[in-house]
Design a protein around this ligand. Structure first.
Ligand code: DX5
Ligand code: ZN
Length: 228
């Protein structure tokens, strides 16, 4: 079974929005694989971030794929708009829709990669009926809504469980982790089965975001090769 390669996904929520193009270029040149874009509606999460016009501008500013994390209620209403604006991977929350299967199918039909996201309190088994319909499972390692929060350690076990389910079903979805990901926990997350590492604070709130990107990638890649 070949698992997905490591991806580092800088989260622009922690970037300087007045210099977004520059910040994205810096991490892209340092080897970032995909840019993580957090969309918050003030309902599903208690914060408001950015939306379709910002994504469309980003699309023109980078060749990297865009990882669109929809923290919005009824995501199916806006999936087409976010794909049209340039989203390559669309992540919808299991908790945000009563029609998860339909929302994921819609993403794939419109030509993007489909991802299902779960909050820390949601067990991985809530996704067991859609694991053949996702390209990515996003395990939130903080409660969504804000950057800069502390990593929740019992999410390691959820990643291990998902990793086992992936092997059991001979599936090839990626496991993405988001929230409080840093140089301290990246190796253990990679060993638990994570492939995609979203990092905001630990990249953009450092003196050298390019170096932080390279270090995270090195740690994750080394941990994976030790595991193999
Ligand atoms: C939180 C967002 C994250 C956030 C991560 O709701 O989904 O993507 O930007 O930020 P850090 O890496 O600072 O925890
Ligand atoms: Zn996110």
């Amino acid at each position: 079974m070949t698992y997905a390669r490591i991806e580092i996904a800088p989260s622009i929520l922690a970037a300087n929005f007045a210099k977004l193009g520059d910040d994205v270029r810096i991490v892209a040149e340092a080897g970032a694989d995909i840019i993580h874009v957090d969309v918050m509606d003030g309902h599903f999460v208690p914060n408001i971030s950015l939306g379709i016009p910002v994504l469309a501008s980003l699309r023109k500013a980078t060749h990297l794929p865009l990882d669109v994390h929809l923290m919005i209620e009824q995501p199916e209403l806006y999936i087409a708009d976010f794909i049209r604006a340039g989203g390559n991977r669309i992540l919808v929350h299991q908790e945000a829709t009563v029609h998860l299967d339909r929302a994921l199918a819609m993403v794939r039909e419109l030509g993007a990669e489909a991802g299902a996201a779960i909050n820390p309190a949601t067990p991985v088994t809530m996704l067991s009926e859609v694991l053949d319909k996702v390209d990515t499972v996003l395990v939130m390692t903080v409660n969504p809504g804000f950057g800069g929060q502390k990593f929740i350690p019992n999410t390691y076990e959820k990643i291990r469980q998902l990793n086992q389910m992936r092997a059991r079903y001979n599936a090839s979805f990626r496991i993405e982790v988001d929230g409080g990901v840093d140089l301290e926990n990246t190796a253990e997350l990679a060993q638990a089965g994570a492939n995609t590492f979203v990092a905001g604070t630990s990249i953009f709130h450092t003196a050298d975001p390019a170096a932080a990107t390279r270090q995270l990638k090195k740690l994750a890649t080394q941990a994976l090769s030790q595991k193999a």
